[in-house]
Design a protein around this ligand. Structure first.
Ligand code: 5GP
Ligand code: MG
Length: 180
């Protein structure tokens, strides 16, 4: 499928499933290596990271503990500039190695907010894992430890990423088609 319509916009293929899977596997291999002697808790951020974490955990070579959190900042195609907690980090993060798993780090505002929230629970360590990363838009100072793919400042959908609540379930990732 070359082009799709999501609500009022036309999107074209940006990253096919085969390439996505290669990048997920590469991230999983790094995590498997780095956490060989530890038992981290993976905290994926709902809803966007649900497909990424499903694939990631099946490539990771240990039985990962998974505990979803939910924070939201986006409305339509842009950030509201405010982050809202809907489901926070679990108490069991105290003293543990935690990996926050995101679909995309854009300005970094949401992640910065979540890192500060998680720090209050005094985990042993915090690592950041995101499938997509937009370095051109990044305004924070934390280190992004694991990245699937760096991209320019395009608005994308699919593989968990939505446009106003829809467009998440596609296996490929799509970008707004400006010619339409
Ligand atoms: P940040 O706080 O880093 O600016 O934005 C992070 C959140 O914004 C992501 O978790 C994601 O929900 C949303 N977001 C940022 N860029 C995109 C994009 O290109 N497409 C979609 N669908 N969501 C995005
Ligand atoms: Mg997200």
């Amino acid at each position: 499928m070359e082009k799709i319509q999501v609500k009022d916009r036309i999107f074209k293929v940006y990253m096919p499933e085969s390439e996505i899977q290669k990048c997920v596997k590469a991230v999983a291999d790094k995590i498997s290596h780095d956490y060989k002697h530890r038992k981290p808790i993976l905290c994926p951020v709902l809803t966007g990271s649900y497909l990424f974490v499903a694939d990631l955990t099946r490539y990771i070579e240990f039985d990962a503990e998974v505990s979803f959190v939910r924070y939201s900042s986006y409305d339509g195609m842009s950030s509201t500039g405010k982050v809202k907690k809907i489901l926070g980090f679990p108490e069991k993060c105290k003293g543990r190695d935690v990996i926050i798993v995101e679909d995309i780090v854009d300005s970094g505002l949401s992640m910065k907010f979540m890192i500060e929230e998680l720090k209050k629970l005094e985990p042993a360590s915090i690592a950041i894992c995101t499938f997509f990363y937009k370095p051109g838009n990044f305004k924070e100072d934390f280190k992004v430890d694991y990245v699937g793919k760096e991209i320019p400042n395009d608005f994308i959908v699919g593989y968990g990423l939505d446009y106003d609540g829809v467009g998440r379930t596609y296996r490929d990732v799509y970008v707004v088609d400006d010619n339409e």
